[in-house]
Design a protein around this ligand. Structure first.
Ligand code: ADP
Length: 395
């Protein structure tokens, strides 16, 4: 073959191969571009899905009362609710940190380790993964459950529950004791009265008066328990009616006068006749009665008690002051709490409910109640509360 022919054939061959290759590459390029576009679409869908899941988790974290932390199998935090971030004070730095570093709680770390070690059938909760642990000096109920890639930890603060439980237990123990004391006295007094020995009428009257005192104690307790149950059930409707203040005060003072008389105490009333308030007379006379009852109870025999009322800035301030032992400064913020009784007064008898009821009643009227005391014997305590003044004349 001559040289030009060889060259031509070679050229044709090169062209043919080049054409075939370019066709093939063009096809693969097209395929590659299609694949790239598909991958980009999949990534976008995945990003959208992840954002949706994150938003769901964020909403879940805000809605649940529990504090939630999710960790992977290496105990690294992969999710923490806003509550968890607030509790452990770690701001937004929770993700990716180790659980112990994030929470600084060895007990919580151990709970997560135990949950991850469990190879229980999924969907079944193991009771030993439900514990009470202490975080920041507060008791928390902590529960854990494992899943394929880690574990979920749920925490709820049970300090209030524990406090209420304790208060209720104390209350029941206290009430039982307080019921037993007057009942025992009544039984002994009745036994004395029923004994055959002849007795002069004065002695009999004296014994009957003592029984009367004990019955009054029981009556006060029964009333306070009833008031409390009504308050707790939310069944105390407040009917505000224009009412003369003197009517409220004299009602309570007259009701408790026999108790004061027995201790030879003087109850002085100081109020202007024309003062009127918007009040539910029955409820306010109970609240005022509780204040007066305490003043009589805590003030020694022959002591002095004042009930005063005055107008002040569209309100009427009613005040009960006594000359008893007063209230220690550290007890002042707690006296209106349910079941609270200062150590000083534990021997005096009572439920620790009178002031809590008075506070509830006054606040249901839109008023305010507070106490002032130097906490020194003889200087007494002064309880004050406000009620809205009525500009309409009482009916
Ligand atoms: P209770 O009188 O049944 O114990 P309260 O709720 O009426 O319950 O009062 C709570 C506590 O507040 C009392 O136990 C007592 O420690 C204190 N307290 C209330 N009133 C007085 C008062 N006038 N003087 C001294 N302490 C008082």
């Amino acid at each position: 073959m001559s040289d030009p022919l060889v060259i031509t054939v070679a050229l044709l061959l090169v062209l043919a191969i080049g054409f075939t290759l370019s066709q093939r590459y063009h096809g693969e390029l097209k395929h590659l571009r299609r694949r790239q576009a598909q991958l980009a679409r999949e990534r976008e869908v995945e990003t959208q899905h992840r954002a949706q899941v994150e938003a769901q988790f964020e909403a879940l974290g805000l809605a649940v009362l529990e504090v939630l932390v999710v960790v992977d199998r290496e105990l690294r935090v992969i999710y923490a609710t806003p509550g968890a971030r607030a509790l452990f004070g770690s701001g937004k730095q929770a993700l990716g940190r180790s659980l112990i570093e994030f929470t600084r709680s060895v007990d919580l770390d151990q709970l997560a380790i135990d949950a991850l070690a469990a190879d229980e059938a999924p969907g079944r909760f193991r009771d030993e993964l439900d514990r009470v642990i202490s975080i920041a000096n507060r008791p928390f109920r902590a529960r854990a459950a494992a899943f394929d890639g880690g574990a979920v930890l749920a925490l709820s603060d049970v300090s209030e529950l524990q406090r209420l439980g304790r208060a209720r237990r104390d209350f029941v123990a206290n009430i039982s004791h307080e019921l037993r004391t007057p009942l025992t006295s009544i039984r002994l007094l009745l036994e004395t009265l029923l004994a055959d020995s002849p007795r002069d009428p004065e002695e009999t009257t004296g014994l009957l008066r003592k029984i009367q005192v004990e019955v009054e104690v029981l009556q006060q307790m029964a009333q306070e328990l009833l008031d409390l149950s009504q308050i707790e059930s939310g069944r105390t409707p407040v009917r505000l009616v224009p009412t003369p203040v003197t009517q409220l005060i004299s009602g309570a003072v007259e009701r408790l006068a026999p108790q004061a008389a027995r201790k030879q105490q003087r109850v002085r009333v100081d109020s202007v006749p024309e003062l009127a308030v918007l009040a539910d007379a029955e409820l306010i006379s109970r609240a005022l009665g509780n204040l007066l009852h305490n003043a009589i109870k805590f003030t020694p025999a022959q002591g002095q008690i004042w009930v005063r009322a005055s107008a002040s800035d569209g309100d009427v301030v009613i005040e009960v002051a006594d000359t008893g032992p007063g209230i220690l400064p550290e007890d002042l913020p707690r006296v209106f709490e349910r079941f609270f009784r200062s150590d000083r007064s534990r021997t005096g008898g009572g439920t620790g409910l009178g002031l809590a009821i008075a506070k509830h009643v006054v606040e249901a009227h839109g008023g305010r109640i507070w106490v002032e005391s130097e906490g020194r014997p003889g200087r007494g305590a002064t309880f004050r509360f406000t009620l809205p003044a009525s500009d309409r004349p009482p009916l």
